[in-house]
Design a protein around this ligand. Structure first.
Ligand SMILES: NC(=O)c1ccc[n+]([C@@H]2O[C@H](COP(=O)([O-])OP(=O)(O)OC[C@H]3O[C@@H](n4cnc5c(N)ncnc54)[C@H](O)[C@@H]3O)[C@@H](O)[C@H]2O)c1
Length: 386
């Protein structure tokens, strides 16, 4: 039945693209509106002993976005797990009959083409957060799935975290912290490579929601601000933010003391910072990447940090996640890496939980989502993923 629906919706899409006058809202309604009880599966990180420590800690598997009672009171089934890898994992058991899959970038369920093929009832994949690169978007589009995320939900959380990481690297903070823990006291070991942020050139690669918030936060530090993006801001906004547009990434990069990555992982951005591009960066550059680990060539970053070409690398995103114990970024010099945490502050969690609930509610009612939330819709990828 669900398969028929998917096939039917594909046919309707074909009809629509052949010039029919049916509005896309009716098509989406068709795609979404299928009454009855749904099987919804959520994949979130487990909190164990931390689950009870804060009633607002809704992003963990135990609290499951705080929507269990609401879903169950409407007759839906809600399965939640953190067990997402391998052929015998809990998620795999539910793939054949789930209707909706909710996951987060912090503990991503990888929605591969193979899983999509097995998921005959699947209609909707929701990202509780931002960044849906854990989903094979082409396969999702071909199967007629809707993929949506809670656009904007944790952008302040990430921008603040990036500012923190910039300062941690510029001031050479972590070696000082480790000295204290280890009972040492060696000012010179820190001071010989600690700087002020003022007067440095900071370039963001991607200036969408997070990139703009970071630039706004950097403005009072009196830096020289640059940005590269597919899209130039309008002159008024650019002026207010105080950043200069650089159309050519490779012209911008050699000017930067600090490079911050703020674009999604797409076919175009995957491996964008490879050996050659890193070689073009200023010697002693600092890099902050809270966007996605796979935008960097893993080994090129290790080599850059080892040679000193990259003087510091910080971020919270890895490839894959969770990062295996032997991931080389754990062991390279001059890094300030953490697990994937920047977008999952309690404030961020409350926002992406509310946004996920809102989309589920609209899905049950056959209503449209906010347009900026769609990543795959009616067989089409959002423009920056194409
Ligand atoms: N670490 C975290 O917790 C966390 C949380 C939220 C988002 N993120 C990551 O940050 C990314 C950006 O989030 P956002 O909310 O700012 O997204 P956004 O869509 O508002 O901005 C992305 C920007 O990147 C630009 N862009 C896309 N492809 C490009 C390319 N090939 N070349 C140049 N520019 C390109 C777009 O034009 C856009 O301005 C997300 O996709 C996600 O991967 C991480």
């Amino acid at each position: 039945m669900a398969m028929m629906k998917r096939v039917a919706s594909t046919a309707v899409r074909a009809f629509a693209s052949s010039g029919s006058s049916i509005s896309s809202s009716i098509l989406t309604r068709d795609l979404h509106a299928s009454p009855g009880s749904k099987k919804i599966v959520g994949v979130f990180y487990k909190a164990n002993e931390y689950a009870e420590m804060n009633p607002n800690f809704v992003g963990c598997a135990e609290r499951a976005l705080g929507i269990r009672d609401w879903l169950e009171s409407q007759g839906h089934q809600y399965i939640v797990t953190d067990d997402k890898e391998g052929p015998n994992c809990e998620l795999e058991k539910h793939i054949p009959d789930l209707h909706v899959l909710i996951t987060t970038p912090f503990h991503p369920a990888y929605v591969t083409a193979e899983r999509i093929k097995k998921a005959k009832n699947l209609q909707l994949v929701l990202t509780a957060g931002i960044g849906s690169d854990h989903v094979d978007l082409q396969a999702a589009a071909a199967a007629g799935l809707t993929v949506a995320e809670v656009t904007g939900s944790n952008v302040v959380s990430v921008a603040e975290d990036e500012l923190m990481r910039i300062l941690i690297l510029v001031r050479n903070f972590l070696p000082g912290y480790h000295q204290v823990i280890n009972g040492d006291w060696n000012v010179a070991a820190i001071a010989h490579r600690a700087y002020d942020l003022e007067g440095k050139t900071v370039g963001t690669v991607g200036a969408g929601r997070i990139g703009k918030l970071l630039l706004q936060r950097l403005k009072p530090f009196n830096c020289n601000l640059l940005y590269h993006d597919r899209l130039k801001m309008d002159a008024e906004l650019e002026n207010a933010i105080g950043a200069k547009f650089e159309e050519d990434l490779d012209v911008m990069l050699p000017k930067c003391d600090i490079v911050v990555i703020n674009m999604p992982l797409t076919e175009k951005t995957k491996g964008m910072f490879n050996k050659d591009r890193i070689a073009k960066l200023k010697k002693g550059v600092l890099i902050v990447n809270n966007a996605r680990g796979a935008i960097m060539d893993t080994q090129a970053v290790v080599d850059g940090c080892s040679s000193g070409h990259i003087a510091g690398y910080s971020g919270d995103v890895w490839n894959p996640q969770p990062a295996p114990k032997d991931h080389p970024w754990r062991y390279m010099p001059n890094h300030a890496m953490t697990p994937h945490i920047s977008g999952t502050t309690i404030d961020g969690q409350l926002r992406y939980a509310a946004g996920t609930k809102d989309m589920l509610d609209r899905y049950f009612k056959g209503e449209e989502f906010p347009p900026q939330n769609y990543i795959v819709r009616e067989g089409e990828l959002a423009s920056q993923y194409r």
